[in-house]
Ligand binder design. Structure first.
Ligand code: CA2
Length: 138
């Protein structure tokens, strides 16, 4: 089972700023935990602050992987390009947000990408990624 985890802009700052919103763990630390919890899953991790790079990685993993877990960060609320990329691939995408986007500013309440995902997990902290992995398991 091959799963790609894709994090969008500013998620490279996890564990370094705003721990009250996003927790105190870096994503690399959390990924170690995921690898231990799911030893049979081969994880590919990609983070970028650049929209086109995210689109390219969605294309690259969208025909080779069994699942994609996508936290598009702020691009969730703005990116028609990422929405179209999800619509254009074969692999199913679970959208994950660490914070509850519906409990935050109104501009975060709209996801342009959610309708092309198979489902959305929001507000459950980093655990949301593990729950998304479970969705893809047989
Ligand atoms: O809750 C989420 O996972 C978000 O996708 C995070 C995005 C935000 O724009 C979305 O509305 C919801 C922001 C990621 C920024 O991450 C930081 C982490 C630490 C310090 C500063 C930013």
């Amino acid at each position: 089972m091959k799963i790609a985890i894709i994090n969008g802009p500013n998620l490279n700052l996890l564990g370094k700023r705003e721990p009250e919103v996003y927790g105190s763990q870096t994503f690399e630390m959390y990924l170690e935990e995921l690898r231990k919890e799911f030893p049979d899953v081969a994880f590919d991790y990609f983070q970028s602050n650049v929209e086109g790079e995210l689109v390219n990685f969605i294309h690259d993993s969208g025909f080779t992987h069994d699942g994609i877990i996508l936290n598009g960060g702020a691009y969730t609320h703005t990116s028609v390009a990422i929405r179209d990329a999800i619509a254009g691939i074969r692999t199913r995408v679970v959208e994950v947000h660490i914070s509850n986007i519906y409990a935050r500013e109104e501009f975060r309440h709209t996801s342009l990408t959610a309708a092309k995902a198979v489902g959305v997990i929001t507000g459950l902290g980093m655990k949301g990624y593990a729950l998304a992995v479970r969705f893809f398991l047989p």
